[in-house]
Each structure stands twice: as structure tokens, then as C-alpha cells.
Design a protein around this ligand. Structure first.
Ligand SMILES: NC(=O)c1ccc[n+]([C@@H]2O[C@H](COP(=O)([O-])OP(=O)(O)OC[C@H]3O[C@@H](n4cnc5c(N)ncnc54)[C@H](OP(=O)(O)O)[C@@H]3O)[C@@H](O)[C@H]2O)c1
Length: 356
């Protein structure tokens, strides 16, 4: 088995758990890091999360730099990696298109070029919005002919982060397919924490929802009883990522990583509120009303809701037949999402109280 692989975004939330999973299964991940001085700290975190940090090594690099900022020694080290896991991303609401593109689009293209150059397999992490055909059409993405998409208009509609994730996906696809590269894409739903420990990093969208609730800033539930925020637990996601990356049948395929049994937003808020011991809001505010309010200058700050974040709350349901067939082939079952939601809420509650 060829065990050496490159991981971008290894210090991030999903990345840390992927390093745990890969190292426990005998792989030797090389982590591309902007600040290699933080590698010892990353090793400590991976150990705390149950991984084998002795399997890890790191190279200094930066997705936003030409040649990924790799020096000659790092290039040689990376050349030995048969699989590249691309998770590195600049995530924030309110990014300008230029800021977002620099890492999320140009960086992803550089990783695709590296995979092609090294004849390596690329596992790219996308996002479940790419599996929502109605949403893509609504925001102006021409999914069948992406080269005809007016990207500046898409960025104006969905914001820098989501726009750059969508654009990166199609650019990487085009790059890899023209040169017959081996690409597999995993599209995760919004992440909740580890099914058992609830571990999660601050700043994650799920953690922000819990924080709003615990600080009693969530006065109404966005949307209707049909709206939901599809979730997946981080431990199950990284298991799917590893299985997909080394599955020959997944070359040229994509996998939607989303738990269809996620409760609706009302149910999710109730479950979080119970653990956080706060009174949950009961009323709904229609999405159109909320979006119209948030278009007024100053209101996003006042309400502390980012308009971009609302796109992830939706009514659409997804076809998971391919994912379920994949799971069956690998003899895996969906873990209980309510358990992951409860564990995450308990973990976040402990974190919030420790911080205050
Ligand atoms: N979290 C979710 O709910 C969710 C849902 C769907 C899809 N995804 C996708 O999953 C992937 C991983 O997400 P995540 O939540 O784990 O991200 P995250 O916690 O925000 O971590 C981002 C990672 O990217 C690295 N990074 C940022 N800019 C970089 C640069 N210029 N060069 C090299 N590395 C850079 C960061 O490294 P530093 O330590 O240097 O900052 C960090 O390791 C992304 O593609 C994201 O879009 C996430």
C-alpha cells in the first residue's frame, strides 16, 4: 500500500480529524502548512484526538502563492505522495471575491496542477451546495456549461466564500478532465462535532449557531418548518473521505456526505437549547422577510446574522442513493446524527463556559 499522502488544510477542523483517521489507518500524511512552526502543536492536537502523530510530517507552503510556496526540498517530499487531500480554504463571511479567489480558486487549481504533475490522485472537498441543482440555477451557475457562468454575478449573489467554492469546483474539474487526472470529490453538509466527544473548533458555522442560542441572540427561527441545515458528523465525514480516496471505483466520481435524518432547523434548535439550558425561540421568520431585512444597511450587524450564511438553510432534499450504495459497498452505516448533535452541544457548552 502506498501510504504517503499530502493534506492541505490539515490544521483546520476537518483536517485535524482527517489526520487522526489517516494516521490510525497506517497512512503517512505530509501536511502543507502556512506556519510550519505550528506543526508541534498540530501533532499534540492529533494525539489528543486519538491519532498517531508519529506518522505525520509537514512542509511549508501557501495555497495563495505561485508554486504553492514550496521550496525544492518540499517539492521532492510532496512528489512522493500518491494521494492529495485538498481541504485548505479561506473561510469567512464577507470576503471580497479577490480575497476568496486567491486561496479558494487559485489555490485549488494549483493543487490540481500538482496532482497532474505528480500523477497523483486528488481528493477534493467541495460542499453540498454543489449538489443542489435548483440553488445552482437560482444563483446563475451554468452547471452543464460552467465556462458560460458569469462568475462576478454569482459572487454578488452568494458572497465571496460560497462563490469561490463553486468556481473552484468547476475549475478543478475542467483542469483534471482535460488531462485525464484522477479526481474524487466529497461534498460535505455543514459539520457538527465528533459523534462521541463532540469535539469542534470555534468559528465553525454549527458552533456559531449554538453560540447565538446560548447568548440568547436567536430570537426567531429562520425559514419555515420545512427548512433544515443538513449536517454530518466530522468523524463520519473523514471516514468517508478516506474510503473514497482509496476506492478505485470512486475515480471520476463524487460523493454527497449529508445525513438525511438531520432534524429540521426547529428540531435542531430545540435539541441545542435543551443541552445549553436556554429557552429556544418558537416563532419562525420567513426567509424572504429575513433576507429583505438583512439587505438594509447596518441590520446584519444589529441582528448579528450574516446574509451569506442563510443560503445554507434550505428546503431542498437530496438524492443520497449513490452515497448509500457506497456505504453498503464499504459495510458502513450512518451513525446516529442526534448523538453527534447532543455531543457537540455538550462540548460547546463546556467550551463557552470555560471561556466566560
Ligand atoms: N466546516 C464545514 O461546515 C464545511 C462544510 C462543507 C464543506 N467544507 C469544506 O471542507 C474543507 C475544510 O473545511 P474546514 O471547516 O475544516 O476549514 P477550516 O477549519 O476553516 O480550516 C481551513 C484550513 O485551510 C488552511 N488554509 C487557509 N488558508 C491557507 C493558505 N493560504 N495556504 C494553506 N493553507 C491555508 C488553514 O490553515 P491555517 O492553520 O494556516 O489557517 C486551515 O488548515 C473546505 O474545503 C471547506 O470549504 C466545510
Amino acid at each position: 500500500m502506498d501510504t504517503s499522502c499530502l493534506v492541505t488544510g490539515g490544521s483546520g477542523f476537518i483536517g485535524q480529524h482527517l489526520l487522526v483517521n489517516l494516521s490510525r489507518h497506517g497512512y503517512s500524511p505530509v501536511v502543507l502548512m502556512r506556519r510550519i512552526s505550528e506543526f508541534p502543536l498540530l501533532c499534540q492536537r492529533v494525539t489528543e484526538l486519538g491519532g498517531n502523530a508519529r506518522m505525520l510530517s509537514a512542509v511549508q507552503g501557501d495555497l495563495s502563492q505561485p508554486g504553492l510556496g514550496l521550496d525544492a526540498a518540499a517539492r521532492r517530499q510532496v512528489a512522493g505522495c500518491a494521494t492529495l487531500f485538498h481541504l485548505g480554504v479561506q473561510f469567512a463571511w464577507g470576503l471580497s471575491p479577490a480575497q476568496a479567489r486567491k486561496v479558494n480558486v487559485d489555490g485549488a487549481q494549483r493543487i490540481a496542477q500538482l496532482a497532474l504533475h505528480n500523477d497523483a490522485r486528488l481528493l477534493m472537498v467541495g460542499g453540498y451546495m454543489l449538489c443542489n441543482a435548483q440553488h445552482l440555477a437560482r444563483v446563475g451557475v451554468k452547471a452543464r456549461q460552467p465556462e458560460l457562468t458569469d462568475w462576478p454575478a454569482v459572487y454578488r449573489r452568494v458572497g465571496g466564500y460560497e462563490g469561490s467554492k463553486l468556481e473552484a469546483h468547476y475549475r478543478v474539474h475542467a483542469e483534471m478532465s482535460v488531462r485525464s487526472g484522477a479526481l474524487t470529490v466529497v461534498h460535505p453538509a455543514t459539520l457538527c462535532g465528533h459523534t462521541q466527544t463532540g469535539h469542534m473548533l470555534p468559528g465553525q458555522p454549527f458552533a456559531e449557531l449554538a453560540r447565538q442560542l446560548s447568548e440568547r441572540r436567536l430570537r426567531a427561527i429562520p425559514g419555515s418548518s420545512q427548512h433544515w441545515l443538513p449536517l454530518i458528523s466530522v468523524d463520519f465525514l473523514v471516514e468517508l473521505i478516506r474510503l473514497a480516496a482509496f476506492d478505485p471505483q470512486m475515480i471520476g466520481q463524487s460523493l454527497l456526505a449529508l445525513d438525511a435524518r438531520t432534524p429540521n432547523l426547529h428540531g435542531l434548535v430545540q435539541a441545542l437549547a435543551q443541552v445549553l439550558q436556554v429557552r429556544p425561540p418558537q416563532r419562525h421568520v420567513p426567509m424572504a422577510v429575513l433576507k429583505a431585512l438583512l439587505a438594509l444597511p447596518g441590520l446584519p450587524n444589529l441582528l448579528e446574522v450574516e446574509p451569506e450564511s442563510l443560503d445554507f438553510i434550505q428546503r431542498e432534499r437530496f438524492d443520497l442513493s449513490q452515497t448509500n450504495a457506497f456505504l453498503q459497498r464499504h459495510k458502513r452505516d450512518w451513525p446516529a446524527i442526534e448523538q453527534a448533535i447532543g455531543a457537540s452541544a455538550r462540548y460547546l457548552k463546556a467550551t463557552f463556559y470555560a471561556a466566560s
